[in-house]
Structures are given as structure tokens and as C-alpha cells.
Ligand binder design. Structure first.
Ligand code: PMP
Length: 377
């Protein structure tokens, strides 16, 4: 099997699997219980909190566990709308955000907020100046992802947020960091973000767990109410095994980020070189992009047809984004892909386990697909 769909989800690492299993067996008690068993479970949660905080170069008191980045993004956006949105009704975001950001923003628009969606420029980049100039005195929130999940394009979050904080210190800056965490060298302070969303299953941890970093002094109001766990920010009994698995994965992958980046760069560059030699295959390039995600257009073959063809050969890719499930991607449209490219673009996303030889096999099967599928049409 060749698995090139790591932006959709990663295979949990052995350490994460072990931590989940051990905590399911040993730490099944409720972390809020006052007895010793509860305390042990609480310690497991807090030890993961410390590991994740360390990976962001911050303190554990600023990390709140959630069920995943979708919840973290919703919490960040709706909380800010509650804390500042009575008087400040503008939200600045980009046209290429994940639905867990764009949908809450759209919902708030229906409730009377104004949203500005910054689009990529002619060079397919989000220009930091466009983000900065969209912010004004009426803005409550700027929300911008670090790495686009469909194309790998890196957004100028640190630069834009720094200028925005200087001009409008009260505006809340939120970064969906899901595709950048453990892949790029970042810290909470280097991003200049008040709020940062993370997900466990994109970094070789389990599904159903994520986190929201909340900068010191920033107020987060809950969007769900209950037992007051996570200091009242996110009620609900903590998913101890998942949280322990998330922490175990971060422990492993917060090391050697640069080495892995180097390996991914070699693999994605090799893919570009190989693709250039085949007519009808284009690697969609961006001035700054993560080597973990590559967008490839294969002319005259529908992405879904190609996806299933490759699957028969044991190669797993995604059409655009796994979240868009066959629908034409609004994100790729915003990047300016024409109708033909929208239909014929697949996403390859890599992990540390991938090798160059797998690119050779992928290219071989792309050529076979061109020979077989284009002829049939
Ligand atoms: N943001 C981005 C950029 C993502 O790629 C994803 C996952 N596709 C999410 C948010 C949602 O993460 P989760 O699956 O943890 O809810």
C-alpha cells in the first residue's frame, strides 16, 4: 500500500496506540472524581497538556482539550463573536479556509456580522497586506489558517497577525494550525496568535481529540455548557485515552521537525521533477508551500476516476480535499483553478514513512491511467 492521504488523516504511531490502549485500561476513571483513581486520570490529561504546551513553547495552563480542530475552530470563532461581537461586527478571514472555519463565519454573517474573505492574488498567494488592510476598528476577529489543506500553500500568518496586533491590539487573532503543527517550526508566540487550533489525528495521534491554545489574558467563553471541565471553557468529561495518545504523538513528532521537513522536501521536489517529464501532468506550485501537501492536475481524467484507478493499484490519494467529498472545491476555485483543473486535480499528502520509490510507482500508474482512461474516452 502507498498512502498519500496524510492530510486527511495519519496512521497513529505506535507510541500513540500504546498510550491510548494503556489509558483505556488503566485510566478509565473520571478525571473530575476526587478520589485517587480520578486523580490518576487527571494526571494523564495534564501530562499531555504539558507536552503539547511545550511543543508550542508555552505553558500548560493555556492549552484546552477539545474533540478535534473542528470544535477548536468553532469555539475560537463563536467565543470571540460573544466576547467582542456586540460592538464589533466584522470578521476578516480568507477564501481558502477549512469548512470548520468558513461555515461558522458564514453562520455569523447570517446573524448580522460582516465577513471579509481575502482571496489569493494572481500568484496564488494570500498577500499579508490584503489581510491587514481589511481590518478596521469594527473588527472583532481575524482567522487565518497556516497551511492550506488542499494545496499546501503556506499563509503569511505571523506577518499579518504581527501588524494587526500592532495596529489593533484588541482584535483577536486565530490560526487554524492543523496542517502546520509538528510539520513547520512554529510556536505560539512566533505566530502572534491569540488562539490556535490543533488536531490529534493529523499528527499521528488518535481521532476525536484536539486542542485550543488560548493566549494569556484572552477571554474564551464556552459554547457548550455542562460540568465545567477545562476551566469551564469546554465542558464534557475529558477523553483520557485520546488525550494521552495525542500527547504521546506530540512527544515523538515535536522532535526532528527539520529532518522530516527535509525528507518531505526531497520527496515533493522529486515528484515535481518526475511530473515535468510527463505531458498533461502539472504540479500546482505556490511561492511558499508545505512539502507535506502537493496538488497535482492530470489533464483529461476526472479526479474521482483517477482516485479509484490509483486505489486499485494500492495507491491512496485524495480528490481536492477529503472534506469536500466529490463536490467541486470552493478553495481550489478561490485559487483560480479553471473548471477543467477543478475536475482533474488530486491531492497527495505525505508522511515521514513515504519514500521516493513510492513516487516512481505513482508516476508509473499515472502514465498507465493516461494510456487506459484517456483512450476509453
Ligand atoms: N482545519 C484543517 C486545515 C483541516 O485540514 C482539518 C481536517 N481536515 C480540520 C481543520 C478539522 O480537523 P478535525 O478533523 O480534527 O476536526
Amino acid at each position: 500500500m502507498i498512502y498519500f492521504d496524510n492530510a486527511a488523516t495519519t496512521k497513529p504511531c505506535d507510541e500513540a496506540v500504546k498510550a491510548v490502549c494503556e489509558n483505556l485500561k488503566a485510566n478509565w476513571s473520571n478525571p473530575s472524581s476526587l478520589h485517587g483513581l480520578g486523580l490518576k486520570a487527571e494526571q494523564a490529561v495534564n501530562s499531555s497538556r504539558e507536552i503539547i504546551a511545550k511543543a508550542l513553547d508555552t505553558d500548560s495552563e493555556y492549552i484546552y482539550f477539545t474533540s478535534g480542530a473542528t470544535e477548536s475552530n468553532n469555539l475560537a470563532i463563536f467565543s470571540t463573536a460573544k466576547t467582542l461581537g456586540r460592538h464589533k461586527k466584522k470578521i476578516v478571514t480568507t477564501a481558502i479556509e477549512h469548512p470548520s472555519v468558513s461555515q461558522p463565519v458564514k453562520y455569523l454573517e447570517e446573524k448580522g456580522f460582516e465577513a471579509v474573505y481575502v482571496t489569493p492574488n494572481k500568484s496564488s498567494e494570500i498577500n499579508p497586506a490584503d489581510v491587514i488592510s481589511s481590518v478596521d476598528d469594527n473588527t472583532c476577529l481575524v482567522t487565518c489558517q497556516l497551511v492550506n489543506n488542499e494545496t499546501g500553500c503556506i499563509l503569511p500568518v505571523a506577518k499579518a497577525f504581527k501588524a494587526i496586533k500592532r495596529l489593533y491590539p484588541k482584535v483577536i487573532t486565530h490560526c487554524d494550525c492543523v496542517q502546520g503543527f509538528m510539520k513547520l517550526n512554529i510556536s505560539a508566540s512566533s505566530l502572534n496568535a491569540d488562539l490556535i487550533s490543533l488536531s490529534g489525528h493529523k499528527i499521528y495521534g488518535p481521532k476525536g481529540v484536539g486542542a485550543l491554545y488560548v493566549k494569556k489574558g484572552v477571554r474564551v467563553l464556552p459554547v457548550n455548557f455542562g460540568g465545567g471541565q477545562e476551566k469551564g471553557v469546554r465542558s464534557g468529561t475529558e477523553a483520557v485515552p485520546n488525550i494521552a495518545g495525542f500527547g504521546a504523538a506530540v512527544e515523538v513528532f515535536s522532535k526532528n521537525i527539520d529532518e522530516r521537513y527535509e525528507k518531505m522536501s526531497e520527496i515533493s521536489s522529486y515528484l515535481c521533477q518526475q511530473a515535468e517529464t510527463v505531458e498533461g501532468v502539472t504540479v500546482n506550485k505556490f511561492s511558499e508551500s508545505s512539502p507535506y501537501i502537493v496538488s497535482v492536475t492530470v489533464d483529461k481524467i476526472k479526479s474521482e476516476t483517477l482516485l479509484h484507478y490509483l486505489e486499485q493499484k494500492g495507491i491512496y490519494v485524495s480528490s481536492g480535499s477529503a472534506c469536500s467529498k466529490g463536490k467541486k472545491s470552493d478553495v481550489l476555485k478561490a485559487f483560480g483553478y479553471d473548471d477543467k483543473a477543478l475536475d482533474s486535480t488530486i491531492r497527495l499528502s505525505f508522511s515521514y514513512e513515504n519514500e521516493k520509490s513510492e513516487i516512481d510507482e505513482f508516476m508509473k500508474q499515472i502514465k498507465n491511467a493516461q494510456a487506459e482512461l484517456i483512450k476509453i474516452r
